[in-house]
Design a protein around this ligand. Sequence first.
Ligand code: DAH
Length: 360
Amino acid sequence: MTDTDTLRSTWLARVADAADAPALEEVRLAALGKKGEISGLMKELGRMTPEERQIRGASLNRLRDEIDAALRARRTAMDDAALDERLKSEWLDVTLPGRPRPHGTIHPVSQVMEEVTAIFADMGFAVAEGPQVESDWFNFDALNIPPEHPARQEHDTFFMARATGDNRPPHVLRTHTSPVQIRAMQAQGAPIRVIAPGRVYRMDMDQTHTPMFHQVEGLAIGKDISMANLKWTLEEFCRAFFEVPSVELRFRASHFPFTEPSAEVDIRCDWSGGQLKIGEGESWLEILGSGMVHPKVLAAAGVDSAEWQGFAFGMGIDRIAMLKYGIPDLRAFFDGDLRWLRHYGFAAGDVPSVSGGLSR
Ligand code: DAH
């Protein structure tokens, strides 16, 4: 074995044994660097005879090229291995489906409030608002329900606490949206056309009653507004809201302190087959109270009843939501059960269809 063969096997072995890039660089310097072994041997060529130099030079050149090639190959292998390692740890499957973000739904009550507001807006009604903690004057007295009136007991009122020593009558959680009639007329006078959707409270709890529920109040005051206008307005509303070509309403004489005359309104429906259909059938469902605004109510709101008259109505929003969307239990509306909300909730883009039902 020539000494070149020994050198070759020694250096190629060291190249193969280098564990990482710094170790490999050390091997390169020790062999081919300025002070490296092979470089040192090449320097000796100068002292040889031309014949010796020719043979020795050629074999050293070959040896240098071989070691250089081995160094490069090893370097590439190391880089490839490092890249493989990185790809393994940073691996990303771009073909996987994205993770959908959870999104909520619109509560049926919110949806129905939007629908109701849109339909009445089409008929020229603006939206009015009032506080949920209301004075007993707005909630009762101004609506012709004086302190000893039996209607006060029927309302199952929640009273707010007063500080000890404060003897004013307690505020109440409003028991209906009717006080907004008074507030709207005080603020805007007559003529006026408003609806007032919102929360109301009564001490009551069973399958069809919850202590908090929603009503929408309607009020239209003008010079010659009559029960006929009330009937047309409610029929148009029901047609648009329930999205059926014809609805039949039944006006039943009733009594409310704040209207004279008063009427409760039922809608014709069908329960056969366990499914509720609006607009046909032999059953009637009460959906609202209404009437001509009592002169005392107009007076309390600062509107001259010799000059102005009009109608009002109050409707249960939760009730008509149950009817339209076939939701059986009222209490579930306010349980916050996610499964219920996903089932009965609406997507943000579900716009109420309005003009479809209105005959114009
Ligand atoms: N405020 C009544 C209630 O909560 C509903 C009502 C009846 C409102 C007749 C009205 C009306 O405006 O005219 O039971």
